[in-house]
Design a protein around this ligand. Structure first.
Ligand code: NDP
Length: 282
């Protein structure tokens, strides 16, 4: 009971001390969102559009980006531009940041959200895929963050990293993916310290998400787990608010905070619960 009460107090304290969000602060804001052709990135683009932001979106599929950008304009975006790019390429991450800075005249928000497709299965030794996924899900993030930093410094801007509970807790069937998310948490956790110690103007928000009902996630897990999935549009709004209020962390849905606090307290129970949450027979 004492344990439960302290968890509840910790959770409520975090909730009550969260700064309030002023949506007008996003009117005219210059935003770059990656992985915005589908899923949470697409929903973030629509929310920023409704708030009247100036947006650049990117992903690989140009036609889909064009449709998302058109919808953004119809929802109220002051600008909605797109650039097709492959984040596995060495040069595209820089190219995208340069495009956004040139077209928008600077950056207020750099929202790094894209992920490359990865199988949901036991790892069978595919090192090449893991290396490729690291390029897409990790190296391109640090490259873009560095490229955009000077512009974010000028605007007292925000860097938003979309990560996962699987960046804090390992889980079966997603070994390459979970490694890329652990790498992001490690790197950007260090970067948060360094920017704070340098008294930088730039805030860094690391977003820990649980299961979200995007097509790509649901296709993989629908048949094998009963873990509840939360709506992409709500996840997207929470990420945007976290960046706009310059908070260092987001936990969405709320219980991901409790899980990441308690997972190491009872490791045998946590491991049992993780393995039991999937239906699998060898
Ligand atoms: P989706 O698979 O729906 O979207 C991924 C996006 O990345 C798409 O826009 C895709 O577009 C783009 N993309 C894929 N490969 C590349 C590439 N090589 N270069 C550039 N862009 C690429 O992902 P979600 O919306 O589900 O996830 C968004 C974020 O949320 C991710 O960081 C994910 O880790 C995180 N998250 C999601 C959870 C979930 O359950 N959905 C849970 C926890 C975290 P295109 O194919 O056109 O390139």
């Amino acid at each position: 009971k004492i344990l439960l009460a302290s968890i509840c107090v910790a959770f409520l304290a975090v909730k009550w001390t969260s700064p309030s969000f002023n949506e007008e602060s996003l009117s005219g804001a210059r935003v770059l969102v990656t992985g915005a052709s589908t899923g949470i990135g697409e929903q973030m683009a629509y929310h920023y559009a409704r708030f009247g932001a100036q947006i650049v979106i990117t992903a690989r599929r140009q036609k889909v980006l064009q449709q998302v950008a058109e919808k953004c304009l119809s929802l109220g975006a002051q600008k909605a531009l797109y650039i097709a790019a492959d984040m596995a390429s060495e040069s595209d991450p820089d190219k995208v940041v340069d495009f956004a800075i040139e077209k928008l005249g600077g950056l207020d928000y750099l929202v790094l959200n894209h992920i490359g497709p990865s199988p949901f299965s036991m790892w069978e030794g595919d090192v090449d895929h893991t290396r490729w996924l690291m390029k897409v899900n990790f190296f391109s993030y640090i490259q873009m963050a560095w490229r955009g930093l000077a512009s974010l410094e000028q605007s007292k801007g925000s860097l938003v990293i979309v990560s996962s509970l699987l960046g804090k807790m390992s889980s079966p069937f997603v070994a390459p993916y979970t490694s890329t998310k652990f790498a992001l948490n490690g790197f950007f956790g260090a970067f948060q310290h360094e920017l704070a110690m340098k008294k930088s103007n730039v805030s860094v928000s690391i977003c820990t998400l649980g299961l979200i009902d995007t097509d790509s996630a649901m296709e993989k897990v629908r048949e094998v787990t009963s873990v509840p999935a939360y709506p992409a549009t709500d996840a997207a709004l929470n990420i945007i608010i976290t960046g706009a209020t310059r908070q260092s962390e987001l936990f969405y849905p709320w219980f991901t905070y409790i899980v990441s606090l308690t997972k190491d307290w009872f490791p045998s129970f946590t491991n049992y619960a993780i393995q039991k949450s999937y239906s699998y027979s060898p």
